[in-house]
Write a protein that binds this ligand. Sequence first.
Ligand code: G16
Ligand code: MG
Length: 569
Amino acid sequence: MDTILDTAKSWLTDFFDSETKKEIENLIAGNTEELEDRFYKDMEFGTGGMRGVMGVGTNRINKYTLGKSTQGLSNYLNKVYEGEDIKVVIAYDCRHNSDTLARTVAEVFSANGIKVFLFSELRTTPELSFAVRYLGCHAGVVLTASHNPPEYNGYKVYWTDGGQIVPPQDREIIAEINSLSYEDTNFNANESLIELIDKELDEAFISASVANGNFDAQGKDEFKIVFTSLHGTSITAIPEVLKRAGYRNVTIIEEQSKPDGNFPTVESPNPEETEALSMAVKKAEEIGADMVVGTDPDSDRLGVAVRNLEGKMEILNGNQTMVLMTKFLLEKRKERGFKGNEFIATTIVSTPMMEVMADAYGVEFKTALTGFKWIGKMIKDFPQSQFIGGGEESFGYMVGDFVRDKDAVTSTLLACEIASQAKANGGSMYKDLIDCYVDYGFYKEELISITKKGMSGAEEIKQMLKDFKENPVVSVAGSKVKYIEDYNVSTIKNVLTGEEKPIDIPKSNVLIYETEDGTRIAARPSGTEPKVKFYISTNAPLPRAEDFQRVAADLDHKIAQILSELKLS
Ligand SMILES: O=P([O-])(O)O[C@H]1O[C@H](COP(=O)(O)O)[C@@H](O)[C@H](O)[C@H]1O
Ligand SMILES: [Mg+2]
C-alpha cells in the first residue's frame, strides 16, 4: 500500500489542479479501497486502445492520463517524422467529457508543434479512420469508450494507414509514454495549429460509404427499416447514407437519436445485448418493418434484427451478420470475376464458418487475434492482396478497405441491401442465412461473459483462466478434445497424436479447445472491460432448409450441455 499511497501523493504537486488534489486528499483520508483501485497501476492499452472508468487517478481516464499518453504519442511522432509537418486528426463521441478531453488532447498535440484537425462536433469512429487517410495525417485519435457503460471513456489511436496502432508502433508508443512522468505533459496549446473540421469531411465520408455499401439492391422503395443510434454518433451519418442509397422508408427511434452520455433508454448501449435493441424491435413490430439496425455509441458495431421463419423480429448475432455480409460480397465479387488475390478475414474467436466459405469461393482466409486493429493490419501488410470484407463475432464488420477499422456506417447500408434484395427476390435475409447453413454447415455459437470488477476482479479472472488451462478439458458433449491452441505460447497441439505446431499469430492470453466433431471452446480476458469471455462454437450438417428447426434445437441442446459441463451455466 505504501507505493500506492506514494503514487497518489505524487499527484498533490502544483502541476495538478486543485479539484484533483482535493479528491485525492479525501480518498487518502477515508477510502483506502477506492484509492488503491485508482492508483495501483497506470492505464494500459488493450484490445481497442486505452479504456477505463473516468475519474482522478493513474488507473482512470482523465486529462492527466490522456495528456501523458498524448505527450508520449507526440514525442514518438516528432521522432519518427522528424523534419516533416506532422498532422493528426481527432474525433470524439457522445460520452460525458469526450468533447473536453478531445480539446485537451488537441491542446497537447499542438503544444508539441503538431497540426491538429479537430472535428467540431461528435463523429463516428469509421469517419475518423477515413479522415486519417483523406487528410494525409500521420495519426488519429478518437475519444470514446465504444459501448462500455456511461462511467467509462477511452482513447483509440490510429496510425498513418487509418488502422489502430499495432506492432511495432504500439509498443514503441507505449514505451515512450511509460518513460514519461505526468509532469512532462505540455498543456500549453498553440491555438494556431488547431483547425476545426466538419462538412467537407462528412461529405467525403458519406459519399465514400454510399459508394462502397450500395449494390443497387431492388425493392428499396418498399423496404421498411427501423434505425437506432442508441444515443451515439451514427446519427451524424447513417440516416444520410441510407437516404442517398435510395431508402425512403426509414423510421428513426427519436427517443434514442439524441446523443447522450447517460444512454438513458438502455441498460447498455451495446448491440450485443438483446435489450439494447428492444425499443427498435418493438417499433418494428408495431409498424410492420422488415428490419432493425442499431449501432453502438462510436458506430463501429452493428446489431441487426430481421423477420424469422415465424415472421417475428429476431436479432442476429455478430457471426450470423458477418456470414451473410461476407457471402453477399463474395457473390458480388464472383459476378465481376475473381482476380485470385482476394481474401476475407475474421478473428480466432469468431465462427469457423468463414473459413468454409472462403474455401468454397477459392479466396484466401486470414485469422487474427481479437481486436479489429489486427484485421486493419492485414491490409497494410499485404498491399498486393484485395480485402473483400471481414468481421468478428462481436458485431463488427468492414466492407473493403476505404476505412481501416470496423465500420457500422457502410455495414448498415450493406445489411439493408442484402435484406432488401432478398425480399425483392421473394425470400428474406433469414432464409438466406439458412441457405448458407445448408451450403456450408450449420454453425451455432454462444458467448458467455462474466464480469469481475476492480483489482480483486482482475485477479479472479486471471485465476479462472489459469484453472481453465491447468485442468485441460478432455472431452466436450461426448466428443474428445483433439486440438489445444495456446496463444500464450503460440502452439497448436494435437493431443491425440502429441504432435505440436507453431501458430503464426502474436502471443495473447487465449486458449482454445477443439474437439473431434469441430466444437470449439475459447477463453480469454476482455481487453476492454473487466470480463472473462468464453466462446462456444458448435456445428452440424444441415441437409435441407426444412431441417433448420430440428438441427437448431439439437445444437441448442448441445450448447446447454457444454455450458453445464464447463460449469458456465
Ligand atoms: O469495443 P470496440 O467496439 O472498440 O471493439 C474492440 O473491442 C472488442 C471487444 O474486445 P474485448 O473482447 O477484448 O473486450 C473487440 O472485439 C474488437 O475487435 C475491438 O475493436
Ligand atoms: Mg464501438
